[in-house]
Write a protein of this length. Structure first.
Lengths: 133, 296
């Protein structure tokens, strides 16, 4: 199976870099799986989990809170402001995130912004359920 | 003429000072290494971000719908100078050279042109220097908390404040001042325009290189650009903070190195005086004894 290059960079460090088979992304308009030769797309990401398949049956999962995915002819680059490998993630840190967003939500009056924040809370809860934390 | 005891005390005190400066130099060297590593680790993100942004923005520049963060407000009346310095002194001319660049080269010139200048300071030292003259023009000041290594969250907090003020219409142009790290002995005070965004000059080859396959956007080009621009601001601030952290430690290292050397020289000189005085006293006592014996 064809592979392509995948970079996952956070502002403070590069979290993943290597050849992969497929990457599943939580795109803003729905989940998408990127494989070699994908058409060039630039998409924002919502809160969720990126599933990396390095080869059949082996892979890695990374949790992201928003960011961008740039799918180009040379490979896939994900830029995320906040991210952590699944192993470093635990219920407390997720709860903290949820609480922080909830606080913001309570403090804003702008309706549109509130809606966005609410969506984030829901997504965070979903992630938590997904990971069975 | 100082007595022997005075001289001895002075030598001990200089020796103690030398020990401190030497320790500070070594601490700065260790911190510098860490700061450099952090700067290195942060580079890929900044580069990729610049690449994506350059790609996106080149299509929109000059367009009517271009976001204000990119194209500016169309006016240049009110300037915000974001001055990044360190929180601590004892690092040579590091803090003052950044502030001097902001003041001499920019603030005074802008004011002479009749424009309004506002300041935002990051780091205690910059605030200390600026508040003497420009107390009323400082709209915001922040400390770099302790000596914790700079993190991205702090940078994005600063960027958020800048964007908020921009959107509230408080200024038209934002400029960032920091010291770029070249080497331990050379840190260059640098200016960078934040708003309107300075686009990365085609250094990073556009991602489109492989054929003219049109890039697709989800949700849409404008929406992505709108979220990307504040993030880009945060990245630039973050880079400035990292450069600053490395520069500060580098400047402190060389300042403390020369302080240690100066202390060494002083000890040498004082010891010479001390020994001379001691010998003179011994000689004097001997002469007294001998001439006393001869008189008998």
């Amino acid at each position: 199976m064809a592979t392509f290059h995948f970079d996952f960079v956070g502002p403070e460090r590069t979290l993943y870099s290597g050849e992969v088979n497929a990457v599943q992304l939580p795109g803003i308009e729905g989940e998408m799986t990127v494989m070699a030769g994908h058409a060039p797309v630039l998409t924002s990401l919502r809160v969720g989990v990126i599933v990396i398949t390095e080869s059949q049956g082996s892979g890695k999962r990374i949790y992201v809170r928003g960011g961008f995915a740039d799918i180009g002819p040379t490979g896939l680059t994900v830029l995320a402001e906040r991210a952590a490998p699944i192993e470093e993630l635990n219920a407390e840190s997720l709860d903290r995130d949820i609480e922080a967003v909830q606080l913001q939500y309570d403090a804003t009056e702008d309706l549109q912004r509130r809606e966005e924040l609410n969506a984030q809370i829901v997504q965070l809860r979903e992630t938590k359920a997904l990971l069975k934390l | 003429m100082a007595s022997l005891k005075d001289l001895r005390n002075r030598i001990t005190s200089v020796k103690a000072t030398q020990k401190i400066t030497k320790a500070m130099q070594m601490v700065a060297a260790a911190k510098l290494r860490r700061a450099q590593m952090a700067a290195e680790a942060g580079r890929p993100f900044a580069e990729k971000m610049a690449g994506v942004l350059g790609n996106l923005a080149s299509n929109l520049v000059g367009g009517v719908g271009a976001p204000k963060l990119l194209s500016g407000t169309g006016s240049e009346q009110v300037h915000l100078l974001v001055v990044c310095t360190g929180d601590r002194g004892l690092c040579g001319a590091f803090n003052s050279s950044i502030v001097r660049l902001a003041l001499r080269e920019h603030a005074t010139k802008l004011q002479a042109e009749g424009k309004t200048v506002k300041f935002m300071t990051v780091g205690k030292k910059g605030y200390d220097i600026l508040r003497r003259q420009y107390r009323d023009q400082i709209v915001e000041s922040m400390d770099i908390r302790g000596n914790k290594p700079v993190d991205y969250a702090f940078a994005s907090e600063i960027a958020g404040k800048i964007v908020d003020r921009f959107e509230a219409g408080e200024f038209d142009v934002a400029t960032l001042f920091f010291a770029e790290f070249r080497s331990v002995i050379s840190q260059i005070p640098t200016v960078q325009r934040l708003i309107p965004a300075e686009l990365p000059a085609g250094g990073e080859a556009p991602v489109k290189a492989g054929g003219d396959a049109a890039l697709e956007f989800e949700p849409s080009e404008e929406v992505i650009l709108e979220t990307l621009l504040p993030q880009n601001l945060a990245v630039q601030v973050y880079r400035a903070l990292l450069e600053n952290a490395a520069s500060e430690q580098g400047a402190r290292m060389s300042a403390m190195d020369s302080a240690t050397r100066n202390a060494g020289e002083m000890i040498k000189k004082q010891t010479l005086v001390y020994n001379r005085t001691r010998q003179a006293m011994i000689t004097k006592e001997l002469i007294e004894i001998i001439s006393g014996a001869e008189a008998l």
